[in-house]
Design a protein around this ligand. Structure first.
Ligand code: PLP
Length: 386
């Protein structure tokens, strides 16, 4: 049986996959089992931010595996402590919690917000506001938080305690944000899965101020926007606010699973011993890799992200398609996203989709030459759409 046949026979059918078997990669290139080369404009959905097998990351991970690859959280672990220290130092947050995925990071943030409110106000103030078109994960709680009707099928009952309102409409937000019942707001700064929609800065600032005045926590879901993707280490820096809680994942691990929750002053003491945990969370090999990722995301790399964004926008300007997003998280409106994805793959370029758009999430350090090659392929394909 081929890999495809075996997968179709034995794997749960929950993914719709392209007919490509990827067997190896290097930097911004991927290779399939027939040896065909692809330029990677997807980074495994914003995960391989420094490209496949980045030298320092690989050395850090392998070095740690040679020492010890798992300890559990019953004991102290150097890579975990150092990663937490570096995250706090770089962001100004007070403490970090580690888990294995974006959904799990958001679960932790939800629990933290509810406990913060319970500790202070007792029961009844547990609602969390989220925005239409958001995406916060696939667990029951994070699906309940995800304000997209298409995600609210089959798996009933979903959880109570999430209030949906429209991004950009402050009056509607205020109506929803009853300080007697609402403990937090949770939002992405760019709704990635929702179609690469950038939140309006003035709206976010108003929401943030309102939250501050009413002791409503502001949770930023930076699972996709985090770790240099938008040209800042975390996207909140573009919005001139300081969320109470940040969740992140994807690019922090550069290919190994990690989720992180960064806690600000208000909530740094909220989760005490026994209130939350994760067996694999903070795994030493993953943390050693993530620490090297953070160290690689320096001013030069971040400047390069903005430079590369401009190259993409300029390169596609003739196509006259609307481009949304920030940094190297871009959405391109096109007639037929599926055609573009398939046709690009045929020509050796991996791009992704998000709602009706083609989504680009190339490695942050992709070389300019390779970037231009990819942009040219994409331009040809967009121009060939009928
Ligand atoms: C903004 C956002 N939050 C949460 C998630 C869920 O992350 P994970 O798939 O790692 O659970 C995603 C995944 O795409 C995401 O983009």
């Amino acid at each position: 049986m081929t890999v495809k046949e075996k997968s179709d026979k034995y794997l749960v059918k929950n993914y719709s996959r392209e007919d490509i078997v990827l067997v190896k990669g290097k930097g911004s290139f991927l290779y399939d089992e027939k040896g065909k080369e692809y330029i990677d404009f997807g980074s495994g959905i914003a995960v391989n931010g420094l490209g496949i097998g980045e030298r320092r990351w690989k050395k850090a991970v392998i070095g740690q595996i040679k020492k010890i690859s798992h300890t559990s959280n019953l004991y102290y672990s150097k890579p975990q402590a150092e990663l937490a220290e570096e995250l706090c130092r770089r962001t100004g947050y007070k403490r970090a919690f580690f888990c294995n995925s974006g959904a799990e990071a958001n679960e932790c943030a939800i629990k933290c917000a509810r406990k913060y409110s319970f500790d202070k106000y007792k029961k009844g103030r547990s609602d969390i506001i989220t925005f239409v078109n958001s995406f916060h994960g696939r667990t029951i709680a994070t699906l309940s938080a995800t304000a997209q009707e298409s995600m609210h099928d089959f798996f009933f009952p979903f959880l109570d305690g999430f209030v949906y309102t429209e991004a950009g409409d402050f009056e509607k937000f205020k109506k929803a944000a009853d300080k007697k019942t609402v403990c937090a707001v949770m939002t992405e700064f760019i709704q990635g899965e929702g179609g690469v929609l950038v939140q309006d800065k003035e709206f976010i600032k108003k929401v943030y101020e309102y939250c501050k005045e009413n002791d409503i926590l502001f949770i930023a879901d930076e699972v996709q926007t985090g770790n240099g993707r938008t040209g800042k280490l975390y996207a909140f820096e573009h919005f001139e606010i300081k969320p109470d809680i940040i969740t992140t994942a994807k690019g922090l691990g550069n290919g190994l699973p990690i989720g992180a929750v960064l806690m600000g002053e208000k909530v740094e003491e909220t989760l005490g011993a026994g209130s939350h945990g994760s067996t694999f969370g903070g795994n030493p090999a993953v943390c050693a890799g993530a620490l090297s990722v953070l160290k690689s995301i320096d001013e030069e790399l971040l400047k390069g992200v903005i430079e590369r964004e401009k190259i993409i926008r300029d390169g596609l300007s003739e196509c006259k398609c609307n481009i949304t997003g920030m940094g190297l998280m871009l959405g391109i409106e096109c007639k037929d996203k599926n055609y573009v994805i398939k046709e690009c793959a045929k020509r050796g370029l991996i791009v992704l989709g998000a709602k009706n758009k083609v989504r680009l999430l190339p490695p942050l350090n992709i070389s300019i030459t390779v970037l231009l090659r990819g942009v040219n392929i994409l331009k040809e394909v967009l121009n060939s759409e009928v």
